[in-house]
Ligand binder design. Structure first.
Ligand code: NDP
Length: 294
């Protein structure tokens, strides 16, 4: 079994991105990070994004509106960022407080600043095999992790467990695309799937994103499969200083010995997500340079 080291792969990607920012014409790329509320995971994700941006030479502007902000006020804030020529990318950290309609906020972000890739236009471009849009960061990170680990999906059976708009659906569409590195046969499973284990056992490559700690056991995996665990779950653990430990959606101890490659949690897909956000922000900056050229 080979461990797919997301930290190491993301570090080499970040070094490449740093180089690309250093050679960029004009001002540094700028990413606006909007976080509302104090959800501990959101606080830590935004901090990590800020830190990685600084490391690469991407400017970040963190905006912390009060949790009482209304839908109209937040849409006004997005409109201002859309119109601001010094901002290249906009990210609104999910989840938003329940008083706000997340899908409408994602739709409000100008598609050419939508570095999170959740705008319907960018999701539609993934479905159309059109590379001019922004691909959502976690699915893009999964594809990058696979290609940099020497896993070619062509002709393989990829089973995706989970159908969220953030991970499951876009990663299934990416694996299905008719292009080098993809071109897989794809099955998507969800909470309504019958005989789940019989289907996951058919996977040459199993991508799991369901948010259920250690749900996938060795009984659900074909020996020799590649397993990508997207899940990040906080499980209470009194032996840890923080009072919890992080675990994936895959029962690593039983699955790792039977598969050919597997991502750990933490240190697998997570670091790639942040690296892909930076790549999208730099792309947004470069595209603005081009669109400003007469
Ligand atoms: P969602 O809750 O939006 O979606 C979960 C999906 O899993 C749904 O499609 C749901 O089915 C399906 N599902 C849930 N339970 C079962 C079950 N028992 N059997 C089969 N299918 C099931 O989650 P996300 O996609 O947003 O996130 C999934 C996980 O990935 C989470 O742990 C999250 O923290 C993590 N994550 C990690 C990221 C990273 O950077 N590594 C980034 C984003 C998420 P249905 O549609 O029928 O309800």
């Amino acid at each position: 079994m080979e461990l797919i080291d997301g930290n190491a792969i993301a570090a080499s990607l970040i070094a490449e991105l740093k180089q690309s920012v250093a050679t960029l014409e004009g001002r540094a790329p700028c990413l606006a990070l909007v976080r509302i509320g104090e959800d501990p995971a959101s606080v830590s994700y935004v901090r990590k994004k800020e830190k990685t941006a600084a490391e690469i030479g991407v400017r970040s502007r963190v905006i912390l509106p009060p949790p009482t902000i209304t839908q109209t006020e937040l849409e006004g804030l997005i409109d201002d960022l859309n119109a601001d020529p010094s901002v290249d990318g906009i990210l609104v950290q999910s989840p938003l407080p329940p008083t706000l309609i997340e899908a409408e906020i994602f739709r409000r972000i100008a598609p050419d600043k939508d570095v999170d890739g959740f705008h319907p236009l960018n999701l539609g471009k993934v479905a159309q095999d059109d590379p001019t849009g922004f691909v959502a960061c976690t699915p893009a990170g999964v594809m990058e992790l696979l290609s940099r680990s020497g896993v070619d999906l062509a002709g393989k059976h990829v089973v995706v467990l989970g159908r969220s708009l953030i991970v499951g659906k876009p990663v299934a569409l990416l694996a299905l695309q008719k292009r080098a590195g993809a071109n897989a046969t794809v099955t998507v499973c969800h909470s309504g799937t019958h005989n789940l284990a019989a289907i996951t056992r058919l996977a040459d490559v199993l991508i799991v994103a369901i948010g259920r700690p250690e749900f996938v056991t060795d009984q659900m995996v074909k020996p020799g499969a590649v397993v990508i665990d997207v899940g990040i779950n906080r499980v209470p653990d009194d032996t840890k200083k923080a009072g919890y430990r992080l675990t994936g959606d895959v029962h690593f101890l039983s699955v790792a010995p039977i598969c050919s490659k597997i991502t750990p949690v933490p240190g697998g897909v997570g670091p790639m997500t942040v690296a892909m956000l930076m790549r999208n922000t730099i792309r947004a900056r470069k595209r603005r340079n081009l669109s400003l050229t007469p």
